[in-house]
Design a protein around this ligand. Structure first.
Ligand code: ATP
Length: 275
């Protein structure tokens, strides 16, 4: 799809079942989305529409996946961008981008005959940081104000329901105006997976890979404390590469064990490079 902010991604069959662990986050998100799906009933009861959901947590834990699954669940079009896409030196450019993003969402939904659109902004703290202070540049304020105006303009009886989903690892940096009722009034925590969650994520990423009988994903889950979903995906991928290099048809337990090390060392190496 042509370049531009908030590139539209076709609604896929991506479902919550493709996301490992995160049972609480998934439940809370589905509960919130049911308001969107049953908007007529909620409007009748005078419940205000759901406008924004904030996903909070460390990188690589599945926030983007949750937003994608939310789009599929609500049969909405899905537009994605990052907070940094709005930061420009020239006054008014960021604000204009915010407005065109919401416009684009409605246009895309209309074009595809959908009644909903989900806009996902990753690293929303870059765009929604507290006004004033050292970020008190007029340009930031205009951009954030434009976002607030768009959110306020979302109505329960809009022909196309637009939902904004934001992701951040630093909700504390966000301007209080964004957290007021009627804006991001749902916050969902997306933490690093626990052992069960890690096993589930590994199962998802190993499901299309042939495994030898000595593979014990339970053990791999035990040995990957502190790993994010993205790191576990790397472990699975790395193990498959090791098997390929060895000329094996199946991934064995040792290759998985070695790939844990590789992911750990790879990351340690990166950290060293940064320091
Ligand atoms: P960031 O804040 O860095 O954008 P994120 O939380 O949005 O991170 P995702 O982009 O959703 O993370 O995840 C990156 C990749 O890691 C996914 O494409 C997937 O392969 C894997 N992954 C992360 N979390 C999970 C999970 N819970 N289940 C399955 N795969 C996962």
């Amino acid at each position: 799809q042509g370049g531009g902010l908030g590139d539209y991604v076709a609604p896929s069959a991506f479902s919550f079942d493709d996301i490992g662990g995160q049972a609480v986050a998934k439940r809370e998100l589905i509960e919130a989305l049911d308001f969107m799906v049953h908007s007529a009933a909620t409007a009748e009861l005078g419940i205000r529409p759901l406008k924004g959901i904030l996903l909070c947590g460390p990188p690589g834990t599945g926030k983007t996946l949750l937003a994608k699954a939310a789009a599929a669940y609500t049969d909405s079009v899905y537009l994605t961008c990052s907070g940094s896409d709005f930061i420009e030196v020239y006054a008014g450019v960021g604000a204009g981008r915010v407005r065109s993003l919401f416009k684009r969402a409605r246009e895309q939904a209309k074009k595809l005959g959908k009644s909903g659109a989900i806009i996902f902004i990753d690293e929303i703290d870059v765009l929604g940081a507290k006004r004033g202070g050292d970020r008190g540049h007029l340009e930031y304020e205009q951009t954030l104000n434009a976002l607030l105006v768009e959110m306020d303009g979302l109505k329960a009886d809009d022909p196309i329901r637009v939902l904004l989903m934001g992701a951040t690892n630093r909700p504390d940096l966000l301007d209080a105006a964004l957290m007021r009722p009627g804006r991001f009034d749902r916050q969902i925590q997306v933490d690093l997976p626990d052992r069960e969650g890690r096993k589930h994520i590994l199962q998802i990423h190993m499901r299309n890979k042939p495994m030898a009988t000595d593979v014990d994903l339970e053990a791999v889950a035990r040995e990957t404390i502190g790993f994010s979903g993205a790191q576990l995906e790397s472990v699975a991928n790395e193990a498959a590469i090791l098997a390929l290099r060895a000329g094996d048809k199946e991934i064995n337990g040792d290759q998985l064990k070695n790939s844990i090390e590789k992911v750990l060392i790879g990351e340690a190496g990166d950290r060293k490079a940064i320091e």
